[in-house]
Design a protein around this ligand. Structure first.
Ligand code: CP
Ligand code: NVA
Length: 318
């Protein structure tokens, strides 16, 4: 058993919420990535004895659920899976009452839901840290794992060019902000009408002004991937948008990541995808299952990144 201390202490995040990357400083993100790498080498650290994380899911999940639950177990605590259809929340108990009640039982709450405002409301009324496990607007835990993966593969973040191709969604927003904070150049190519939201663009541009990186927004996927080090893709239809599936399939067809598109990137480009993927829609099988793909390393990194986050939020380090 090893209890390894991170090189940088994580005191800025102790007791706080983690709702988006907007309010997390580059040095805290860097500290989380360092801690995640250490936890990857020494996964079992019994620092959370008696601590419980409530995990509320209003949408499906494989990675987020299992990585948080396994992560809590590896740190000596318990992850408690709560489906909203079983909670009184699903029968009309208010978010505020749920927050106050859970604050008396557990040490932190992770929630996956639709409206981002619901997570903000939960955080406002909870006395304990609240973690965003995906909303319609942000997926910050995913972005932490994405940054960890890019750093592992490229050996750095500063100056790495990341091209996101597809829907201007939750994953795109968090990736863009995280990359801008850590010094990656970001190019986002989305069809007209499906662009990234203004709030996320502003946050990314502010971060880019500090880190000295470039944010490119375009509707041209070829322009975005040119000389890219990383090509990132996500589903065309996110959870909650199912009725738009047919329309999106045709709008997004030119945004498929395939052999022709990746030929414009650097030869040693890395393909990333938050998963789950729809092969032959947003990405062809030869690319996602090919030698440049790191999607399973990326998925595994959810575990390590979130354990670092949990440790930062819940474990007082001196
Ligand atoms: N990437 C991601 O969040 O996966 P799940 O929906 O399986 O949690
Ligand atoms: N954009 C996708 C990500 C799934 C992890 C969604 O919200 O469904």
């Amino acid at each position: 058993m090893h209890t390894v201390k991170a090189e940088h202490t994580l005191t800025h995040l102790y007791g706080k919420d983690f709702l988006s990357l907007k309010d997390v400083s580059p040095s805290d993100i860097n500290a989380l990535l360092t801690e995640a790498s250490l936890l990857k080498q020494h996964p079992i650290q019994p620092i959370f004895q008696g601590k419980t994380l409530a995990m509320i899911f209003e949408k499906s999940s494989t990675r987020t659920r299992v990585s948080f639950e396994a992560g809590m177990a590896q740190l000596g605590g318990t992850g408690l899976f709560l489906s909203s259809s079983d909670l009184q929340l699903g029968r009309g108990e208010t978010v505020a009452d749920t927050a106050k009640v859970l604050s008396g039982f557990v040490d932190a709450i992770m929630i996956r839901t639709f409206a981002h405002e619901k997570v903000e409301e939960l955080a406002e009324h909870a006395d304990i840290p609240v973690i965003n496990g995906l909303t319609d607007r942000y997926h910050p835990c995913q972005a932490l794992a994405d940054l960890l993966t890019i750093q592992e593969i490229k050996g750095k973040l500063k100056g790495v060019k990341v091209a996101y191709i597809g829907d201007g969604n939750n994953v795109a927003h968090s990736l863009m902000i995280g990359c801008a904070k850590m010094g990656c150049d970001v190019a986002v190519a989305s069809p007209k009408g499906y662009e990234v939201e203004e709030e996320a663009v502003n946050a990314a541009k502010e971060a880019a002004a500090v880190s000295g990186t470039k944010i490119t927004l375009t509707d041209n996927p070829q322009e975005a991937v040119r000389d890219a080090d990383v090509i990132y893709s996500d589903v065309f239809t996110s959870m909650g948008q199912e009725e738009e599936t047919q329309q999106r399939l045709s709008v997004f067809a030119p945004y498929q990541v395939n052999a022709s598109l990746v030929s414009l990137a650097k030869p040693d480009y890395t393909f990333l995808h938050c998963l789950p993927a729809h092969r032959e829609e947003e990405v062809t099988s030869d690319i996602i299952d090919g030698p440049n793909s790191a999607v399973f390393q990326q998925a595994e990194n959810r575990l390590h990144a979130q354990k670092a986050l949990l440790k930062a939020l819940l474990y007082k380090q001196d």
